[in-house]
Write a protein that binds this ligand. Sequence first.
Ligand code: ARG
Length: 452
Amino acid sequence: MAGSQHPVPAGSLWGVPEPRLPHEDRYGQGAGEQGRPFPCSAGCLVASDGIDPGYAGDLDAVPGGGFAAGDGSPAPGSLFASAERFITLFHSENRAGPPGRRLARVRREIETTGTYWHTTAELEFGARVAWRNSSRCIGRLYWHSLRVRDRREVAAAPDVAAECVAHLREATNGGRIRPTITVFAPETPGRPGPRILSPQLVRYAGYQAADGAVIGDPANVAITRLAGALGWRGRWPAGRFDILPMVVQEGGTRLELHELPADAVLEVGIGHPEFGWFADLGLRWYAVPVISDMYLDVGGIHYPAAPFNGWYMCTEIGSRDLGDTGRYDQLPVIAWHMGLSMASERTLWKDKAMTELNLAVLHSFAAAGVTISDHHTESVRFLQHLEREARHGRACPADWTWIVPPTASSATPVFHRYYEDFDQTPNFYRHPAPPLLAPARLRDHQPGLAAW
Ligand code: ARG
């Protein structure tokens, strides 16, 4: 599931996803207890009030969701059409015999309840195929091995938070990362289902001062502000790598903050195999990227909270998270320590610094026993995946601009060809950003928000 290094779309500095675009932003540790204002157990509630109900109201609708608008229910006919396509695919790929009887049951269920319930096998298959259909993901060779945690009975925010913590622990697996998804309650007619507002389960705070300067990750300014509005006090003093609490919403109601216990989040300090000074930069990153702001669509049923993870590819952290000028912007400081001349672009100081930063990320994760891959290996695997899909007679959608790595692009085989891209369900779709997570500069006039 390694991922994206797509050129940053407008607004993404603020963590605002492109509305209604399919697919996740794929391409894209021992955090100390001290300084934590809310010592707590797994997934505990740390704050729930203090938010202006006017804002909370903005968060009710889940556009793109099948059931959330108005009375909300999709026409039974269109739901059945989606169900029929999926159930037929399930039966044919799993050699489960003719789908007729199952389809008749699904049709009756939709007629009487307005929705239908997937079998465990259907849900597992649906989640795996959603990964397989994610055209921005270079890491799909292992789609079949996705571990599916069926938590469809879980809808209350504290339980969602606790299950997210359990997900992190199981997926981290001491460093041998396991691609995993947890599927929470679906949307049903009249019930929107739970939602996670945090873009990933683990994110570093981005504290923005009045002059616009940011301490931490600028990508997370909006979600940090939202946490502040919900009562999170932040760490003091503010650090560059302070782990945010999760923001969880129970079925269209108010938002809750839930801290992640420090021992559920594995982090890796970044050092370099040769440059002794590198560790002194104090850089670190978390081990497991768990995307949490996308909904899973399987056969017309929407699962609004379905956090999933793979493992990192080094360029996601080295080239983008720590390298982008709109993120941690570490290339100048690394180049300076390397003694490179930054007087001219033509010394290629950025290229050299970026390569060493990627090397440091790979080296540090490996030394810590944490799964990570590099863009060369992952590119070869992706072409294997394409071949395998072709052998199964399946077309594989892929988005060149996301598949091609941001570093050493033309040195990887995925660069030298084109792909067909198309939208196919099951799939993951990003929730449209709620107004509360709109770019900060558009919201500066709004009252009631924390200073940062
Ligand atoms: N690019 C994102 C990040 O740097 C993570 C996206 C998912 N990546 C993955 N390898 N599954 O945090």
